[in-house]
Design a protein around this ligand. Structure first.
Ligand SMILES: Cc1cc2nc3c(=O)[nH]c(=O)nc-3n(C[C@H](O)[C@H](O)[C@H](O)COP(=O)(O)O)c2cc1C
Length: 160
């Protein structure tokens, strides 16, 4: 069976979101995914079409994703309809609990839904997507690993 190709793309200035992204990538690999881990600025919208699963991470900026992530989605209109049926997930870091981190995750998931992607929630833990507060602690890193596993596992099932 072909391995699911999983993208973990993130924006990070001070390293908090990057630490989460590394754990997400490890989780996706542990679940058998073939994983590319990259900064959002290294990614073109056209490249999104190569993946079976797409996971995006962001710091919380005023309750929303960083501008680079919005730009990527705005550019993704070029490939609209070509992400239908791919599996998506998102995660965020923030300075404060209740600092708008879940709305930042949901903004990414909304764009994925508009692309026709499949977005699984989590019945336990961080339901919409993993949240880290400042430097992610063990709890947040565990949630991040679980997200990678969840997306890679579902992407492989969708491909089968
Ligand atoms: C422009 C800007 C806006 C921010 N807005 C919020 C916010 O609304 N809520 C919050 O809790 N933290 C906010 N923060 C803090 C960052 O989300 C937090 O430090 C994050 O972990 C940084 O991620 P990074 O280390 O990956 O760059 C903001 C930081 C910046 C620079």
């Amino acid at each position: 069976m072909n391995k699911a190709k999983i993208l973990v793309a993130y924006f990070s200035k001070s390293g908090n979101t990057e630490a989460m992204a590394q754990k997400v990538a490890e989780g996706a690999q542990a679940a058998g995914g073939e994983v590319d881990l990259m900064r959002i600025k290294e990614l073109s919208a056209a490249a999104l079409t190569k993946y079976d699963g797409i996971i995006i991470g962001t710091p919380t900026y005023y309750g929303l994703p960083a501008a680079g992530i919005k730009n990527l989605f705005d550019e993704s209109v070029q490939i609209h309809r070509r992400l239908v049926g791919k599996v998506g997930g998102a995660f965020a870091t923030a300075a404060n609990i209740g600092g708008g981190n879940e709305t930042a995750v949901l903004a990414i998931l909304q764009a994925m839904l508009i692309h026709g992607m499949i977005v699984p929630g989590a019945a336990q833990g961080d339901h919409y997507g993993p949240i880290g507060i400042n430097k992610p602690d063990e709890r947040a890193l565990k949630q991040a690993h679980a997200l990678g596993e969840r997306i890679a596992t579902l992407a492989a099932k969708v491909m089968a």
